[in-house]
Design a protein around this ligand. Structure first.
Ligand code: EPU
Length: 342
């Protein structure tokens, strides 16, 4: 075994994906230094194999054994870099646990990330998905990202414009950016911090506690409580968070749907389109709490598919297809999965 690349073969991935699906990788490398990436892509034996870059495995559905090399990004490190008139800049390596990093920024007295508390996964996955929750998206607090480009075997920095962020989307999910490997991420946190209480459920939960002017930590604690109440803990029940994106339809489509379904949950977007609540659509089709084999729909949030124990990727895919077909038949809307299928 090469000392720089302690590659392991037929490596089990069950504990490395939050769905808890049993599958294996032909080869596996835990990447703890950026130089290891240089080495892998300079080595003819590895260049030609398919690669899977793995972080916390929280946005992944394994439908089969992976025939190539899994690069498990375990790069560690976090620091407060500098500040200017408006921002504090904090950076974390891609392999850091996201929630622990958020908590660490709060312990440094830096607010800005608290609405994204308790989201499973690693820092490196955060810009890929432009993760968002409770009124905040990554792009709102993002400064830049360092990427390793296997095509040039070099690292470079990309700013927010270069990342082309969209709803649960970025260049890292597109053909011209999928090959890039995120090494670290830098966030710009506001010096003049104000609580972000745009999300009605969050504002209401704080009001119910009698908190009128919450601290960043109080916002974090409340987000954590809401998430614990509604979403399954992947350590207890396998899942990958929201399984589908909330679909975006035209204003006209939404108006036509509202005529037939007056209680349709929808949110107007700045460009005139409307975002529908996929959880509501699935729930209305009667799927909440239903199971198909070992895969199921979480009883408290219909947007989350779960592994009730021993599910294969194919079980989850079959359930997802059945849900898509029902929602399409009733509402004429195609639900797009959020996790990456392997
Ligand atoms: N709803 C139902 N039944 C359900 C689930 C939801 O009627 O079973 C209704 C709710 O009553 C509400 C609406 O649908 O009116 C929206 O539900 P919720 O507030 O729970 O949020 P969501 O749209 O289902 C999104 C994100 C979550 C994020 C929350 C909070 C997506 C795909 N999901 O869920 O993100 O935590 O908002 O901001 O955008 C994730 O991406 O993995 C994720 C968990």
């Amino acid at each position: 075994m090469h000392p720089q690349f302690p590659i392991q073969y037929q490596f089990p991935l069950q504990s490395l994906n939050t769905f808890g699906i049993a599958a294996s990788a032909h080869a596996y490398l835990r990447v703890t230094k950026t130089e290891q990436l240089l080495g892998v892509f300079a080595d003819a034996a590895w260049v030609s194999l398919p690669k899977l870059v793995l972080g916390g495995g929280s946005n992944l559905l394994l439908t089969k054994d992976f025939p190539g090399l899994v690069l498990h990004i375990a790069l560690q490190g976090r620091e407060v870099l500098a500040s200017d008139e408006h921002h504090h800049y904090v950076r974390a390596a891609a392999g850091e646990n996201w929630h622990e990093f958020v908590q660490w920024t709060l312990a440094q007295g830096l607010g800005g990330l608290e609405n994204l508390s308790l989201i499973p996964g690693t820092v490196g996955a955060v810009p890929i998905q432009n993760i968002g929750a409770y009124g905040l998206e990554t792009k709102d607090v993002f400064h830049s990202v360092t990427v390793f480009d296997p095509a040039t075997s070099s690292t470079r920095t990309m700013d927010a414009a270069a990342c082309r962020f969209g709803y649960r989307d970025s260049i890292f999910k597109q053909d011209d950016g999928r090959h890039l490997i995120i090494v670290d991420v830098c966030f710009a946190l506001p010096k003049q911090w104000q609580p972000n209480l745009r999300y009605a459920e969050l504002a209401q939960a704080l009001a119910e506690q009698g908190i009128a002017t919450p601290s960043a930590q109080q916002v974090a604690d409340t987000v954590i409580a809401i998430r614990r109440r509604k979403l399954p803990d992947p350590a207890v029940i396998g899942n990958a968070g929201s399984f589908f994106k909330n679909p975006v339809v035209t204003g006209a489509q939404c108006a036509a749907l509202l005529e037939r379904f007056p209680t349709l949950v929808h949110h107007a977007q700045p460009d005139g389109s409307e975002k529908l609540a996929a959880g509501w659509l699935i729930d209305q089709c009667g799927w909440k709490g239903r199971t198909m084999g070992a895969a199921g729909v979480y009883p408290k949030q219909a947007l989350v598919l779960v592994n009730n124990g021993g599910a294969q990727g194919a079980d989850v895919v079959a359930l997802a297809r059945a849900i898509q077909a029902d929602v399409q038949a009733r509402y004429g809307v195609l639900l797009e999965p959020e996790p990456v299928f392997i």
